[in-house]
Ligand binder design. Structure first.
Ligand code: SF4
Length: 453
């Protein structure tokens, strides 16, 4: 029997990418053959994102686009998986007749059986279960990131209750994966060539909290570092109020753990933070940043802010602006508030007009561009370890790479215009140009000279 060909597209965040790798791994272990061209696929799977309106729209657009492959290609079954079906369920079934099967965030591992059921006349087009699924190191997974980069999903769900966020409803309560199981998966990722391991979850700093283990994350990081299998171990998606001394001690004591912390603060106005269902204040956040910079002087701080939350006044925004100007984050993501159906915030009064939201976003983005450029200027003429990623997406004349202080897919890059680089290797690069988000450099030999290659 010719294997059934399958095409999968993955939308959303790295956590969803891991789910997509599990979907593809599960289908491949069920005898499916992945193809790169949707027109050559008998089964098409769209693993969707739906945490905010714009992501939902992108998912719907992608589904409708790929549905055309049922007319012009080999496709005879279109499957929609992930956050969109989990969030909208039956409403989708009625509104999208071109889709044959909808599976939620806890049901996609049953896809081989569900597809067979569909192909043999099964009528049920929707399977959405309470979000309780948790992958293990034994779960089939077809890696999709470049060989040298890996994502380790250490937990699922979220127990925080930010009033603007739909994720707890889509992904369920916080569920940590056992440490031993994570070490097994990490060992496998290393055997596949991974040198940069990115730890992900909705809230990585809550790791172990669901079983009352307050040093869960430091213990996990220490165990991963002790394997000596990774050049870089990076922590993403932290929660500011869960940073503790034990974590910083582990980060300080292991060179392979990147001096990098991604801590979304969202805002600094105490009144707004309360309305967001988040703890903290501008004073507390200043103290936290000072503590982090004292404990880890070379730390790279990434954060995320939201402007335009209901009730945000000009004074609140000015407070945020001043905090960004004074704190000078290395990396900063800025978003406008999006009223999401079913959230507490969407039912609040005093929504901020869209044009004001956009103006405030532009003001912070402009400020951060100046701050980021200044940080990059300080790297000029220094030699930095850079993970070589390959030919630049812009031109074959350039190589591309990243510093340990540049997380994949969200931070800038190092563009390399001189010297020989080996993909997947961390090599010394002399920084020769600074730009707001990217920097330019040349590969040098260990003695810092470029002309010997
Ligand atoms: S921490 Fe808040 S914003 Fe992040 S996933 Fe949890 S509820 Fe949503």
């Amino acid at each position: 029997m010719e294997p059934t060909t399958v095409y999968l597209t993955s939308l959303g965040c790295p956590k969803n990418r891991v789910d997509s790798e599990v979907i593809l791994g599960t289908l491949m272990s069920g005898g499916y053959e992945p193809v790169e061209n949707p027109l050559e696929a008998q089964v098409i799977v769209v693993n969707t994102c739906s945490f905010i309106e714009s992501a939902t729209q992108e998912s719907i657009d992608t589904i409708l686009e790929l549905a055309q492959a049922k007319e012009s290609g080999l496709c005879r079954l279109l499957v929609v998986a992930g956050c969109l079906p989990q969030r909208y369920g039956r409403k989708l079934v009625e509104s999208m007749p071109e889709v044959d099967l909808f599976v939620g965030t806890s049901s996609f591992v049953q896809l081989p059986a569900l597809i067979t059921n569909c192909q043999t006349g099964g009528v049920e087009r929707l399977l959405v279960e309470p979000p309780r699924y948790l992958m293990t190191s034994q779960t089939p997974r077809a890696l999709s990131a470049p060989f040298y980069r890996g994502y380790l999903k250490i937990a699922e769900g979220c127990d925080n209750r930010c009033t603007f966020c739909t994720i707890p409803a889509i992904r369920g309560p916080y569920r940590s994966r056992p440490l031993e199981d994570l070490l097994q998966e990490a060992e496998w990722l290393a055997s596949e060539g991974v040198v940069e391991l990115n730890l992900i979850a909705q809230d990585t700093t809550a790791y172990g909290s669901d079983s009352g283990n307050l040093t869960g994350l430091p213990d996990l990081l220490k165990a991963l570092a002790k394997t000596n299998r990774f050049a870089w171990i990076r922590l993403l998606y932290g929660y500011p109020n869960r940073i503790n001394h034990a974590l910083l001690e582990v980060m300080k004591s292991h060179d392979c753990i990147c001096d990098y912390l991604d801590l979304p603060f969202q805002h600094v106005s105490s009144r707004l933070l309360r309305a967001m269902g988040r703890a903290g204040s501008v004073e507390e956040f200043h103290r936290l940043v000072a503590y982090l910079r004292t404990s880890l002087p070379r730390i790279t701080l990434r954060t995320t802010f939201m402007v335009g939350f209901p009730g945000e006044t000009e004074a609140d925004f000015q407070k945020l602006y001043d905090f960004v100007e004074q704190t000078r984050f290395h990396r900063l993501g800025i978003f406008t508030y999006s009223a999401e159906r079913g959230t507490k915030a969407a039912r609040m009064k005093n929504h901020v007009p869209e044009h004001i939201k956009k103006e405030r976003l532009a003001v912070i983005a402009d400020l951060q561009e100046r701050i980021s450029l200044d940080y990059h200027k300080r790297l000029l003429d220094t030699v930095q370890p850079v993970l070589i990623e390959g030919t630049s997406s812009e031109t074959d004349l350039l190589l591309e790479g990243r510093l340990a202080s540049q997380a994949p897919e969200v931070d800038g890059r190092v563009l390399i215009n001189k010297g020989f680089g080996q993909v997947g290797k961390i090599m010394p690069v002399r920084i020769t140009e600074a730009h707001p988000y990217d920097i330019v450099g040349e590969v040098v030999n260990p003695r810092g000279r470029s002309d010997l290659f």
